[in-house]
Write a protein that binds this ligand. Structure first.
Ligand code: FAD
Ligand code: FES
Length: 505
């Protein structure tokens, strides 16, 4: 399992992005977008439509991080998100959030219709299996009512286990995220935009134009959009206000004779209780798969991510006997203390750098909404809801929960340094798929064995010095501070860091 986690999406619809004919060094653009996920590509398309000369810089490959590994429900009923926002924010902000998501969903549906990309209309469900969960549902129902979202209370569902209550919302959408990205990349290409894959944004010097430094050379641009998940070039200190949450997804082939207890549910489901459970179907190449997600945790804070995957698989087999796992994968997204995304100009960015982050696992609507807001701002317009979200202040509750997360992070950092300093690396290399952090030359060093190769890398995160932990599901080094992740050989995978781990020979 360890090195082969790959999403159903990438397996069924790999993307082939044409390399730009224009060499990157020395080029000049109206807008450079860093990040080739849903947010970045939608922003780039909207700006290219308005006649802007646009380049997308993608550190890995299009869709490689969250968008290609999502569960891709495009829904306005979002688990218990609205009651989470209502707890921290005003009714005005809650309503602006729902309007933003409604606009994002409507834009995406129309886009897929226009580009002839398939999707399915499904009802969305948030369900509870405990009394506590049912109480959370009641709060969510109240928040939905405030936000004028017409949800219905249900006592039963099509799920093969009893519920203590559920909310449903009809006419929501589920997509294949790489088909969506493929359509956006195609339109961008038609309109003269370019995508540089394998090029990481490293720095931008203020000015007009901005001077942008990347792993592929330097270029200039009038405007820069950071659609990088968590923002890099973080002059606003966003990494400290966000928490990174990783979770797991599995795809299953269902048994041919689907009696009622075995049938894949046709709605899109999310549990209100912990541990989280997310279900939907995915029609791919004439076959219907059941997707099951859940067992999320803060990045770098689970003792055994592999255990989380196995547990999710066992849970699915228990409730859907005969289901056969075909794929397993994992991804992370970021949450603000008040559960509302940050979209707009980067503080101290000189007015020509923008960011979009903290979609809290609802970026299929929020990412498109962010693209609508940012492109409109760059073109001199404004979305009223974007103004409300940007101007919001964070309540005392929100501040306190951010502080608590940071205290927890600080405590963990201290403990890990201490234990890494105390224990020397073992004499023998770790067994296949395992990694260990220990002291070598007075510094924390990570040693792992993957596909028969034992490697040593610095176990100190190049972002702000967190001590990394081994992720035994994905064979990666994960940072418990602000969620950067690195491959076993030290290559940066994601997060706010912008450099690889030094190799320790
Ligand atoms: C397990 C899971 C399930 C989810 N399910 C749903 C769901 O059902 N519905 C929903 O609405 N949302 C869901 N989400 C959330 C949603 O997938 C994300 O919010 C959304 O995909 C974010 O898109 P993005 O374009 O902002 O980020 P990404 O897709 O992560 O794209 C950012 C890109 O920036 C690139 N990058 C990073 N740094 C640099 C740099 N320095 N230079 C250049 N490029 C860089 C990365 O390589 C990456 O490709 C889920 C998230 C997870 C983790
Ligand atoms: S991601 Fe900030 S210290 Fe590692």
């Amino acid at each position: 399992m360890a090195t082969t986690m790959r999403s159903l999406w990438f397996d069924s619809h790999p993307l082939d992005i044409p390399a730009p004919a224009v060499p990157l060094p020395g080029s000049h653009y109206d807008v450079v977008v860093a990040g080739g996920g849903l947010t970045g590509l939608t922003t780039a398309v909207l700006l290219a439509r308005a006649g802007k000369k646009v380049a997308v810089l993608e550190a890995r490959s299009v869709g490689a991080v969250a968008t290609g590994n999502t569960t891709a429900k495009v829904s306005l009923l979002q688990g218990t998100t609205l009651s989470g926002i209502a707890e921290h924010q005003s009714t005005e902000v809650l309503q602006a959030y729902v309007t933003a998501n409604r606009d994002g969903q409507a834009w995406l549906a129309q886009y897929l219709d226009e580009r002839d990309v398939g999707y399915q209309r499904r009802s969305a469900w948030t369900y509870a299996t405990t009394a506590e969960g049912a109480a959370a549902l009641e709060k969510e129902a109240a928040a939905c009512h405030t936000a004028e979202l017409p949800v219905t209370w249900q006592d039963t569902t099509e799920l093969p286990y009893p519920v203590s209550g559920a909310l449903s919302l009809d006419e929501q959408i589920q997509v294949h995220p790489l088909e969506v990205l493929g359509a956006l990349a195609g339109e961008l290409h038609e309109r003269g935009g370019v995508i540089y894959e394998g090029v990481r944004l490293l720095d931008a010097k203020s000015g007009s134009p901005l001077s942008v430094h990347t792993t592929g050379g330097s270029l200039r641009t009038e405007q820069l959009v950071l659609a990088t998940g968590v923002p890099v070039l973080d002059r606003g200190g966003y990494f400290a206000r966000l928490t990174g949450h990783r979770s797991y997804a599995l795809a299953f082939r269902m048994p041919a004779e689907t009696g009622s207890a075995h049938a894949a549910p046709q709605g899109m489901y999310l549990s209100a209780d912990a541990p989280g459970r997310s279900l939907r179907t995915a029609p791919v190449d004439g076959e219907e798969y059941l997707l099951v997600g859940g067992n999320g945790h803060m990045v770098g804070r689970a003792n055994s991510p592999r255990g989380a995957v196995l547990d999710l698989e066992a849970w699915t087999r228990r409730h859907f006997p005969g289901a056969a796992r075909t794929h397993s994968w994992s991804a992370q997204d970021y949450r603000a203390a008040d559960h509302v995304p940050y979209i707009g100009a980067l503080p101290r960015g000189g007015g020509n750098i923008y960011l979009a982050t903290a979609f809290n696992k609802w970026g299929m609507t929020n990412g498109v909404a962010a693209a609508l807001a940012l492109s409109s701002e760059i073109l001199g317009g404004q979305m009223a809801w974007a103004d409300t979200l940007t101007r919001r202040s964070v309540t005392l509750n929100g501040v306190l929960s951010g502080v608590m997360d940071n205290l927890d992070i600080g405590a963990r950092m201290g403990t890990d340094w201490a234990s890494a300093e105390l224990n020397a690396l073992p004499d023998y290399p770790p067994s296949e798929g395992h990694g260990v952090v220990g002291r070598s030359g007075g510094k924390p060093v990570g040693e792992s064995t993957v596909d028969g190769v034992t490697r040593r890398v610095s176990a100190v995160c190049p972002h702000l010095g967190g001590v990394l932990r081994w992720n035994d599901a994905e064979c990666s080094w994960d940072c418990p501070l602000h969620a950067s992740r690195f491959a076993a050989d030290g290559t940066l995978l994601e997060g706010p860091a912008v450099s690889d781990l030094p190799v320790n020979d």
